[in-house]
Ligand binder design. Sequence first.
Ligand code: FDA
Length: 305
Amino acid sequence: MLRSLLLAAAGSDRLGRLAGSAPAGRNAVRKFLAGRDIDEALPTGRALVDDGLAITFDLLAVETRSAEQAVAVRDEYRALLGRLKGAGLVPAAEVSVKLSALGQRLDEKLAYEHALAVCVAAAEAGTTVTLDAEDHTLTDSTLEILAELRKDHPGTGAVLQAHLRRTEGDCRELATAGSRVRLCKGAYAEPESVAFQSALDIDKSFVRCLNILMSGEGYPMVATHDPRLIAIAEDRARWFDRTADEYEFQMLHGVRTEEQARLAAGGNVVRVYLPYGEQWYGYLMRRLAERPANVAVLGRSLIGR
Ligand code: FDA
């Protein structure tokens, strides 16, 4: 019930405007987001890197509905990448990009060209790009664009979602030398025809995918807060003789920070997904919907405790 309310609130422009104008909004942003713009995001990233964590910046953008919006998103990423080196954040920082924000639903070729421009800027900055996974209707197109980008920028990363039935096959395709693959459960509501629905089936699929990635030749990026799956990933890394620089863990900013610190202290690479931007409201509501217990945490941050 609370989850449905939060997901409905995530889509409400009116509530978003109200929250954005409230002074408490700033505290909420601080808990789960890097900030509202690059100037706020860079120091947040700096503090995490100083704590021994790696980071991936994600510009929060609504799905792009015009070619102009797509250009603005591309340029924002280029501006961010242009500042990473000066801020001393490479190679610890990379960027995550949603192709839909670069115009994928308007024109795939346009999205590819914008993504290529972002990859070029990343290469100049000395870092890499990971393409976020969105709903299943975009998976084929995203993996096709990834394959094109990897011809000149082989370090470009993919995200695969364990809840999709196709993902074991995609893992096999991508478990090749130099291939960076983030494995997550999947955040989008998907129909039964394409996706496992129960938590158990999704977890089992996650483990099957993890086995393929860890036993393959690529670079697995294990993106979960789930203690059981983290323990299994640690076990598989040992079993397949992977050294600490041959895989990494990833978690969202503000979620299970003690576990992030524990894994990093144990010698693991831990990358924090660091969203920033004006479009923070929908992101925040989706995180709360995933774990309604966070409503209490957010409540405390809103009143500054
Ligand atoms: P889940 O939410 O099922 O939680 C499992 C367990 O983890 C809980 O039972 C609890 O024990 C623990 N836990 C979770 N949250 C906690 C909290 N706040 N405090 C304490 N314990 C907590 N999705 C997508 O579709 N496309 C993408 O590109 C990405 N990218 C991405 C990057 C990164 C770095 C991460 C971490 C995640 C994504 N995701 C994503 C989101 C992902 O698909 C998924 O929706 C969330 O990570 C939540 O799933 P978990 O694996 O964390 O488990």
